[in-house]
Design a binder for this molecule. Structure first.
Ligand code: SF4
Ligand code: SF4
Length: 162
């Protein structure tokens, strides 16, 4: 399925996730880079040396979840919009997810928007907690959403209805 559609299987997604314990400790990056492509801004952007592509720029990036602080700098620098941040430290019922969002209009803070899975299907409604869009993010705004924990492995995008 992935070769035809570019949509990863559940197993492929799960391999990119850290443990629930790590997510519950605080924000951490999930790097959904599945293809060997010549790309490494995630590695060069990370000041904590948490992501490694290595000498061959075609390597798939590897993340050290213990070194990752969840700062989200790599998220804004990834041209493939392949990175999100998950933080399960705030609530037993919900997780905070940061995603890159390059569409207009941007949502407003407090707005309830459609939460989408990796196929773009609506799976739940989510609340927008924060919209971060500094110049240093170079037109890749980062949206923080609050998501029911049961959708942790499915949620990947949002749709803002006007
Ligand atoms: S979220 Fe921050 S610390 Fe974690 S891999 Fe990305 S840049 Fe590095
Ligand atoms: S910057 Fe994004 S697309 Fe490029 S290697 Fe890193 S995760 Fe993959």
């Amino acid at each position: 399925m992935f070769e035809k559609t570019g949509i990863p299987s559940k197993e492929m997604v799960m391999e990119k996730f850290p443990s629930q314990d790590r997510i519950n400790k605080g924000p951490v990056a999930i790097v959904e880079c599945y293809r060997e492509i010549p790309c490494n801004p995630c590695e060069t952007a990370c000041r904590f040396n948490a992501i490694r592509v290595g000498e061959d720029i075609n390597n798939i990036p590897q993340i050290n979840f213990d070194k990752c602080t969840g700062c989200a700098i790599c998220l804004s620098k990834c041209p493939g919009l392949a990175i999100m941040i998950a933080d399960g430290s705030k609530s037993e019922d919900t997780v905070e997810i940061k995603i890159p969002y390059e569409f207009l209009p941007l949502p407003g803070e407090g707005q309830v928007v459609k939460g989408l899975d990796r196929e773009g299907k609506h799976i739940t409604d989510v609340k927008v907690l924060k919209v971060t869009n500094p110049k240093s993010f170079d037109r890749t705004p980062v949206i923080t959403i609050e998501v029911d924990r049961k959708f942790l492995y499915e949620i990947r995008n949002i749709r803002v209805e006007v």
